[in-house]
Design a protein around this ligand. Structure first.
Ligand code: FAD
Length: 220
């Protein structure tokens, strides 16, 4: 989406009806983007609201906007006698911010593991997460870092939106709709892209350390 100054921001805006003539409106951006600490989400929300005001017939805000971070990686997801699922396990798709299906699925996996063998359930659950989710999420996190560079994002968007075929391919990959048992072109692209992106890991680690140091620097 477009930032307040017209620049491209890796993120999206949404409006959905919440009943009684009220809508939920919001904007989200990837915190891995370059200069994220300079981004003002309130200003971005105002710009987005102005953009959709007429088509949705929007009035005034009925509540103060709130901000929330979507957790896309968590180190500790369980131990003897306990596990976490969904957001608490960092299961939010970095490609698109979706977490509802992963929350339901991981909750079901956790329940199945405890019902099967309570004593070792947490280890069995880790194994399921590592097999079913970690490879996709690792690739998606690397990609999220990549599209945090505005010029690269613009270039990749140009390719992704160029034809219906590339749009469908990108949607299948980003929404995790690929069946890895029958990968097809989307699955193969995901595997090759994941391997290629993993080569950039040293750069990613350096850049994330730099941005952490920057956001930790006191201002004023
Ligand atoms: C603005 C926004 C838009 C989103 N849009 C989408 C979308 O379009 N599609 C999608 O798939 N995902 C979306 N997500 C992500 C999705 O909402 C979450 O990934 C999903 O709800 C995670 O489910 P969960 O059960 O893990 O956590 P939650 O839904 O957060 O549920 C956790 C619950 O635990 C409760 N709780 C917390 N602490 C305690 C406590 N100490 N004791 C008892 N209860 C407690 C909380 O009140 C909450 O009800 C969006 C998230 C946000 C913030």
């Amino acid at each position: 989406m477009k930032g307040p100054d017209g620049s491209i921001v890796p993120g999206y805006g949404w409006v959905f009806p919440a009943g009684n003539g009220i809508v939920n409106i919001g904007v989200g951006a990837l915190s891995t983007m370059k200069n994220f600490s300079d981004l003002n989400l309130n200003t971005m929300l105002e710009a987005y609201t102005a953009q959709v005001r007429d088509s949705w017939g929007l009035g005034e805000f009925v509540a103060r906007p709130k901000a929330w971070r979507l957790p896309m990686h968590v180190e500790h997801r369980g131990g003897p006698g306990w596990v976490v699922a969904g957001d608490a396990a960092g299961l939010v798709n970095p490609f698109n911010g979706e977490g509802i299906d992963y929350a339901l699925e991981s909750g079901r996996h956790a329940a199945e593991c405890f019902l099967t063998e309570p004593g070792t359930a947490w280890a069995a659950y880790q194994a399921v997460l590592r097999k079913e989710y970690d490879p996709f999420f690792a690739t998606a996190r690397r990609f999220a870092w990549l599209i945090g560079r505005p010029k690269l994002l613009q270039f990749l968007l140009g390719i992704a939106l160029s034809t219906n075929f590339t749009m469908k391919l990108v949607l299948d990959i980003m929404a995790n709709l690929v069946d890895m048992e029958h990968p097809g072109l989307a699955g193969r692209s995901l595997t090759i892209g994941g391997k290629a992106l993993s080569l950039a890991d040293p750069l990613l680690v350096r850049s994330s350390a730099k941005s952490k140091a920057k956001s930790a620097t006191p201002v004023g």
